[in-house]
Write a protein that binds this ligand. Structure first.
Ligand code: VG1
Ligand code: CO
Length: 543
């Protein structure tokens, strides 16, 4: 047996954030840093001993090294079978699906999502549980507590896994199976969507441009959009996954996917333009001359989902994260189905999905997905839109305009203040928190505050309670201002300000978002005193 027990010292910073443990690459490269975290997972999740583990990553720098380490520690801890995506690649939703399909006891996903990659960039690791969802807060806390006391880890020594050769190999007594990273996922997509209809839509001359941003969705997009649906090769750009994502920031939004946005607003823009992020769980949707905000995309898909093959029985329920605009709420009430408001982070949807309470859910941060997986799913969202366009025969803009006419429009933006010194960000949160009690009833500009609170969530399935999930200032149905600190950054504190304004008057449905939100931005500045408390004149990023 080449399994050894190796002594180690704890690191005290292995606390997971909104979606796993994210740190600079150099942090992960410290001696035994990754091994400590992995051993803590194996200590907390006994079912992995003798079980099946899925491993994959978004292909960023350090992915292959980390996967070798993970295989060694998994083997050292008696995992019976490891299933790995070829080349060490698996998109986050594809990994979630594989965990479900194989009945695996868990999955290790090496990703820091859209955070920049490379030797000076970020790395990350997420542990997903049986069923495919992200580890709950309870479990990540147990892993963190374990990591603070760890004194030894177990690893198989010697031998490497050939990540590029498909098929079976062994490492010690663990069976390793390297699989094509797209096959299982694309089979699932064919069960959910009408591929014939979409093929026909392309045949009739409609066009798509998908930007994989040199991240993990390239192989998925080429196989599904081009090979299986017949879109021309040019429909997929930046398709080869690179270790540094081509030096870019694979975050599909108006800033980091600007060339795609420019294309959508140009004279020869495609019928549908879309992009995904580093690990393939986010999506951005654009049509000719129109950007569909993520909250709108969720609501519009909710209104049309029953027209798609996988969802003909209708929707059991809808959910959105708290800062996501309330457009989905309008659809839920029209469909007479429940709407759940959860804290930020996909892990909070898992219980609702498992309990059959939800069919579709989404977040303002370019995340949408359905009950088919336990992660958000970028390529799924693009296929859903393609299928809606194909069955309705409408353009993206027509779908949006009909939707707003029927349900009203939620103008929406998120202002991020990146890399603030921790105390400055905290002081903004504290200053608003101190005012909350006296805000209700007060008028600000044209609005009157109906509620002001700190959001907490009671999970109706397991009765767990998550507190401290952001500050809300609510102006009835008309508007909201929300403040939250990010839990995914690796440098300083990122403060997010979420702004939402609702309009139903027909003359107010086609404004420019920036103009529509300008008065609310002013109110938010006055209320939160961000400029004064942080010294920042403007947000770093507006999406
Ligand atoms: C951000 C988003 C959140 C998302 C999370 C993980 O978290 O706001 O909606 O679930 O990233 O997405 P935060 O705590 O920084 O606001 V991903 O694609 O980075 O895994
Ligand atoms: Co992501």
């Amino acid at each position: 047996m080449a399994i050894r027990e190796i002594s180690t010292k704890p690191y005290l910073d292995q606390k997971s954030g909104t979606a796993g443990l994210r740190k600079k690459v150099a942090v992960f490269q410290q001696p035994h840093y990754l091994e400590n975290f992995l051993q803590s997972v194996f200590d907390c999740v006994q079912e992995l001993h003798g079980g099946t583990l899925i491993i994959g990553g978004d292909g960023r720098y350090y992915n292959r090294t980390a996967i070798q380490t993970a295989c060694a520690v998994a083997t050292g801890n008696g995992v019976a079978r490891i299933v790995i995506g070829q080349g060490g690649l698996l998109s986050t939703p594809a990994a979630s699906h594989l965990i479900r399909k194989r009945g695996a006891q868990g999955g290790l996903l090496f990703t820091a999502s859209h955070n920049p990659a490379g030797p000076d960039g970020d790395f990350g690791i997420k542990f997903n549980v049986a069923g495919g969802g992200q580890a709950s807060e309870g479990l990540t806390n147990r892993i963190y507590e374990t990591s603070k006391q760890i004194a030894r880890y177990r690893a198989h020594e010697g031998g490497q896994v050939d990540l590029d050769r498909r098929g079976l190999q062994t490492l010690g007594s663990t069976e390793i199976e390297v699989i094509d990273c797209v096959d299982d996922y694309s089979q699932l997509m064919q069960e959910l969507f009408d591929f014939d209809r979409i093929r026909d839509w392309f045949r009739r001359g409609h066009t798509l441009r998908f930007d994989a941003m040199h991240a993990v969705t390239g192989p998925y997009a080429e196989r599904i959009f081009v090979e299986q649906l017949g879109a021309p090769l040019l429909s997929v750009q930046n398709a080869s996954p690179l270790e540094d994502f081509g030096g870019g920031h694979p975050d599909p939004n108006l800033i980091y996917a600007k060339p795609l946005v420019d294309l959508a607003f140009s004279a020869n823009g495609p019928d549908l333009a879309a992009a995904s992020d580093g690990d393939g769980d986010r999506n951005m949707i654009l049509g000719k001359d129109i950007f569909i905000s993520p909250g709108d995309s969720l609501a519009m898909l909710a209104a049309h989902l029953h027209e798609l093959p996988g969802y003909r029985r209708g929707l059991a329920g809808l959910a959105r994260s708290m800062p996501t605009c309330r457009a989905a709420d309008k659809v839920a009430s029209a469909l007479a189905i429940p709407l759940y408001e959860t804290p930020t982070g996909w892990k909070f949807f898992a219980n609702l999905l498992d309990a059959g309470k939800l069919t579709l859910c989404g977040e303002e941060s370019f995340g949408t997905s359905s009950v088919h997986a336990r992660e958000k799913d970028g390529v799924w969202a693009v296929l859903a839109w393609l299928n809606v366009l194909a069955v309705t025969g409408l353009s993206v803009k027509e779908i949006a305009q009909r939707h707003w006419k029927r349900f009203g429009r939620h103008y929406y933006a998120r202002h991020d203040y990146d890399e603030l010194p921790g105390p400055a960000a905290d002081s903004v949160m504290q200053a608003l928190a101190n005012q909350l009690a006296e805000l209700p009833g007060r008028s600000l500009g044209d609005y009157t505050i109906s509620e002001a609170d700190e959001f907490s969530y009671h999970d109706p399935v397991d009765n767990s309670i998550a507190v401290n999930q952001g500050l809300r200032v609510i102006f009835g149905d008309a508007a909201r201002i929300i403040l939250r600190l990010s839990g995914t950054g690796t440098k300083g504190s990122t403060l997010r300000v979420y702004l939402e304004r609702y309009e139903t008057r027909e003359s107010a449905l086609n404004w420019d978002t920036r103009d529509a939100l300008a008065p609310l931005v002013n109110l938010a500045d006055r209320l939160t005193r961000i400029g004064e408390l942080t010294g920042r004149k403007a947000p770093s990023v507006i999406t």
